[in-house]
Design a binder for this molecule. Structure first.
Ligand code: K1U
Ligand code: ZN
Length: 168
């Protein structure tokens, strides 16, 4: 297994739209293992392939306390979204150190392939529902800060560009 490098906002590659996966083969199995290792290592609850510069429709998630319930979503599609909305603070491994409020549906139904290429349907609520929506936004090329005001987006960009320059 390998730790992958995570793209950092405002990297333009975070805005690429991911393409469907046509075969769940050995390459995808290796990618899943590497993404799970990368997510756990970064203490994240989710990771989309877009964030590691792979523009294919693959997401890994684990919202369990014990960090032992990995969920793999290949070619996920939201088939139902509840009417209720909740505003909660979100973070993102591609936007380090920034947390802000985003409004999301409290419940969603998703269909996707699992790591064996089998079809699965997930009925999610709470943190899992929020995480699924956040990760599926990544696959569309959308980062959570785009829900914030232009003023906040500008401040976040400036802060992260400055931090990245200082790291070099
Ligand atoms: O996509 C990502 O970068 C992962 C992201 C997922 C996420 C967190 C919070 C709300 C929605 C989606 C993270 O894992 S950020 C990491 C984090 O510190 C966190 C962990 C648990 C709950 C909240 C934040
Ligand atoms: Zn994110």
């Amino acid at each position: 297994m390998a730790l992958l490098s995570i793209l950092c906002y405002p990297d333009a590659r975070l805005h690429k739209v991911a393409k469907p996966i046509t075969a769940v083969d050995e390459r995808i199995q290796t990618l899943i293992d590497d993404m799970l290792e990368t997510m756990y290592n970064a203490n994240g609850i989710g990771l989309a392939a877009t964030q590691i510069d792979v523009h294919e429709r693959l997401v890994v998630i684990d919202v369990s306390e014990e960090r032992n319930q990995p969920l793999v979503l290949i070619n996920p599609e939201i088939t139902w979204m509840g009417d209720e909305r909740v505003k909660g603070d979100e973070g993102c491994l591609s936007v380090p150190g920034i947390y802000d409020g985003v409004e999301r549906a409290t419940a969603v139904k998703v269909t996707a392939l699992d790591r064996q290429g089998q079809s699965q349907t997930i009925e999610a609520e709470g943190l899992l529902a929020i995480c699924i929506q956040h990760e599926m936004d990544h696959l569309k090329g959308k980062v959570f800060v785009e829900y914030l005001s232009p003023l906040k987006q500008g401040r976040i960009k400036t802060k992260l560009v400055k931090a990245q320059k200082a790291e070099r």
